[in-house]
Ligand binder design. Sequence first.
Ligand code: 13P
Length: 253
Amino acid sequence: MRKPIIAANWKMNKTLLEATSFIEQVKGEVLPKSKVDSVVCPPALFLAQLVELVKNSDLEISAQNMHFEESGAFTGEISPKALEDIGVKYVIIGHSERREMFNETDETVNKKVLAAFNYHLTPIVCVGETLQQYEKGETKRIVGSQVKMAFAGLTEQQVKQAIIAYEPIWAIGTGKSSTAKAANEVCGYIRRVVAEQFSKEAAESIRIQYGGSVKPENIKEFMSEPNIDGALVGGASLEAQSFLQLLEAGCNG
Ligand code: 13P
């Protein structure tokens, strides 16, 4: 059985005080780690402090991005080595906002995924189609190729530990989520791609999240689908009570 993983992607939101107060409200209330991985992805500025705050709790901290080099002349970038050093466990890679606004490509995504494993970080690799691609019926072709490129050069063992987040771009921040059935079909297709590229065991082990307008009211529908193991949530993860409701409805309901 794959353990569910629910992650709060805060994007560029919250001040330090807002971030720490969220963690204080949530950390004693989340479900046990044995049941679900509960992950918070704050802005990079707060990572070190939040890692300290969640020690001895069932919460874990993820970065939202990083560079693929460990050090050097990359002004403003985040080193994977430094993330490992402060105790970060996960890193989101290739979010569509980074692909669209910060020129990330399938090649840089692949380099970052390889670097994540070099520094013992679990990558949450984002894939998803644009509205135009969706309307043209190109979803599977696009998502399949994003997955293949992201995982090039990985070992089967690494793929088993990776997380994929399927986030249709037209569903992000729009309030217009995919249907659970359609999302499940794409996630099932992603498993077939992983099975072809690596093995059936890798396809069965890898955890796949759905993201895009997930809310406490609809998370259960997604989590009930056989190929969906979790959610990557933006807007509805910003309030402590809403995040707790997502965990409760997604994993206990
Ligand atoms: P929303 O939940 O706000 O649609 O954002 C989804 C997302 O991009 C998570 O990474």
